[in-house]
Design a protein around this ligand. Sequence first.
Ligand code: LLP
Length: 420
Amino acid sequence: MSAFYRREGTLYAEKISLEKIAECYGTPSYVYSRAAIEQAYDAYAHALGSHPGRICYAVKANSNIAVLQVLALRGASFDIVSSGELKRVLQAGGRPENIIFSGVGKTREELVEALTLGIACFNVESEAELDALSFVADELGLQARVSLRVNPDVDAQTHPYISTGLKENKFGIDIDRAFEVYQRAAKLPGINIVGVDCHIGSQLTESQPFIDALERLLLLVDRLADASIAIKHLDLGGGIGVTYRDEQPPSIDDYIGRVIEKLGDRKLALVFEPGRSIVANAGIMLTQVIYLKPTEHKNFAIVDAAMNDNIRPSLYQAWQDVQPLVENTTAGECNWDIVGPVCETGDFLAKDRHLALSSGDQLALMSSGAYGFVMSSNYNSRGRACEVMVDGEQHHLIRARESFEDLIKGESLLPDEEDS
Ligand code: LLP
C-alpha cells in the first residue's frame, strides 16, 4: 500500500491523518513518510542484490538531515554536489568512504575538503577540473579516486531543462575525447582512476536511453582495458523516473537487471545515483485555501503555498496531483487553478483541477518529496515551509517553519548618517 492513502474521505500518511498534521504544524508544510523512503531505497538495494556496487542517494533531491539519516541507517551511500551537501551527509551520520562527489564546478576548497576526508570518488566533469584535482591531491600528498563523467550524446527524451547527456549540454567530457583524457589522467600525479560515469537526465520513464548510454560507455571501458587502464566501476547516474500522473516507468528490478545483463562477463561494480525515485512519492506538500476567486474566465483557488515553496509546476510545467485532506461534501465540483499569493502570473501549483472546494479547505500537492523543499526560496519575503517526518503513528518536526528573524538573518542596516 502507498504511504499516502484515503480512508473514509480523509487522507492519511502512514497511520496519521494529514488533517492532524496540518493542525499540529500549520500550512504550508512538507510531510514525508519514513516507510516510503525506506521502501524506495530498498527497491534499489534489492535490485542490485549481490552484484558489487553501491546506491548513492542524490542528496540534491531532498537534503533534509533527517531524510539523509533515514537513508544512512539503511546503508545508503551518497552522491553530493557541494560542500554544503557533504557536511549535511556527515551531520546525518553518513561516512566519507560512502560519498561520491558530482558537479561541474567543484571549487578548490571543496576539492581539498573532500580529499582530506577521503571520499570514495570524484566524478570529474572537465579536463580543467582534472588538472585542478591532480594539483591539489599532489600538494596534499593524497590520491584522489576518480571517475570521468562522460557525455554520451544520448537523447534522454525528458524535459529540456533536466536533459543532460547531449553534446550541447554543459555536463561531462565528450565521449569522443574521453579515451584521450583517460590516457592523460593515468599519467597525472595524485589521480587514481577507478571508474567511468554518466548522467543523461532526470525523470526518464524508459530504460532504453540508459541502455544506449551504457553501451557507449562499455565500448570506452573495453578500449581502455586494451590500453591497460582498468575501470573498476561504472556509474549510470540518476535513477528511473516516477509516476506523477500516468507515467509508467519500468520497475527498478527490470532496469537494473537489464544493466547487469549488458555487462556480460566484465568485472564491473555498479553505481547508481537515484534521487527523485527515492523521495518524490514519499513526500507531499500541505496547503490551505485562503480565498476562492471565481471569475468569468477561470476559477482561482488562492492557497497559502506558492511558487517559492514548490517551483516545479512553474519551472518545468510539472503536473502534480492535488487532493483534499478531507473530502468536501458541501461545495459543488468545478475546475480550479490552484495559485499562490506571489506576484507573478507563473505562480501556480496546478491548473484546471476538478475539485469541490470551499475557502479554508486543506489540500495536498502529491509527489512533492523530490526537488520540492530544496528548490524553495524566500521570494516575496515568504518564510520557507516546515518539514515533518511521519513514522508509523509518530510524527516529528524535522525543520521548523522560517520566522521573520530567519528571513533577515545576516542582513544589516547601513550605519546612521551621524555615525559615518
Ligand atoms: N546524478 C547527477 C549527476 C544529477 O545531476 C542528478 C540530478 C541525479 C544524479 C539525480 O537524478 P534523479 O534520480 O533525481 O533523476 N529539479 C529537477 C530535477 C533536476 C535533476 C538534476 N540532477 C526537477 O524538479 O524535475
